[in-house]
Design a protein around this ligand. Structure first.
Ligand code: CUA
Length: 258
């Protein structure tokens, strides 16, 4: 066999290098979950933030970046959820980095960037703008709270609530159904709105409407939890098979939580 000419050697070396380059990419992209930004303005143009509920473990969030905030401002989802993030900007170019993850997107006006993220570990994830966007840039943050659904059944968490009106039948229903895992009685933040002072409280709904919480609203929210969700909360509450008596007991009890 004739020895290879120099030209052929160079051609073969170049081909091997090019192939290994593609091989490294095709292995590394799924391995490290590298997301490539896409331009899909034609499909999902929006200027309005939104949280869409697909299932208890699948959410779609439309983030809108603007000087100098992200909307929705705070997001709460249960652990082991998949979130489809669509990101756009209404003014200038912003960054969107979820600390502790490799999610790193650009918010570009007129462009919608997409990334699917799975949140396994409970905790609070800070989202920061990493593209200089003016005097408020350094304060442009939001957060994603990932709650542990398992805590819902842990009696220690429920028992940690301060004892109020002990022995009220409505309180027993709330405890038995693990409602208190998400709704606190003492005003502390939770996965759902706190029960403290709930009756008569003004709340802004996901729809933008402002309401004063009254008995009909409470009853509806117990029966149809996702019908009118308070702004800033994910529609994660399940429908519970409660009897009319139990609903009455809950409402009676909530009236006493001031
Ligand atoms: Cu937005 Cu920096």
């Amino acid at each position: 066999m004739e020895p290879l000419s120099l030209e052929k050697k160079i051609l073969i070396t170049a081909a091997v290098l090019a192939l290994s380059f593609f091989a490294v990419f095709s292995i590394a992209i799924p391995l490290f979950g590298i997301g490539l930004p896409t331009c899909i303005t034609d499909i999902k143009p929006f200027q309005k933030s939104e949280v869409l509920f697909h299932s208890p473990t699948h959410y779609e969030v439309h983030y809108v970046a603007k000087m100098w905030a992200f909307e929705p401002a705070d997001l709460t989802i249960p652990a082991n959820s998949t979130v489809d993030i669509y990101l756009s900007s209404v003014d200038v170019v912003h960054g969107f980095h979820i600390a502790g993850t490799n999610v790193n997107l650009m918010a570009v006006p007129g462009v919608v960037n997409y990334r699917r993220v799975r949140f396994d570990k409970p905790g609070t994830y800070d989202v920061i703008c990493h593209e200089y966007c003016g005097s408020g840039h350094h304060h442009m943050t939001t957060s994603i709270r990932v709650t542990d659904p398992a805590l819902g059944t842990q009696p220690s968490r429920v028992a940690a609530q301060p004892p109020t009106q002990a022995g009220h039948p409505g309180q027993k229903v709330l405890q038995d159904r693990a409602c208190l895992a998400c709704h606190t009685l003492d005003g502390k933040p939770g996965t759902g709105p706190t029960f403290k002072g709930i009756l008569g409280r003004k709340e802004q709904l996901q729809s933008g409407k402002e309401i004063t919480v009254d008995e009909p609203y409470l009853r509806e929210s117990i029966r149809e939890p996702t019908a009118q969700v308070v702004k800033g909360f994910a529609p994660t509450m399940p429908k519970l098979p409660l009897t009319d008596d139990e609903v009455n007991q809950i409402v009676d009890y909530l009236k006493t939580i001031r």
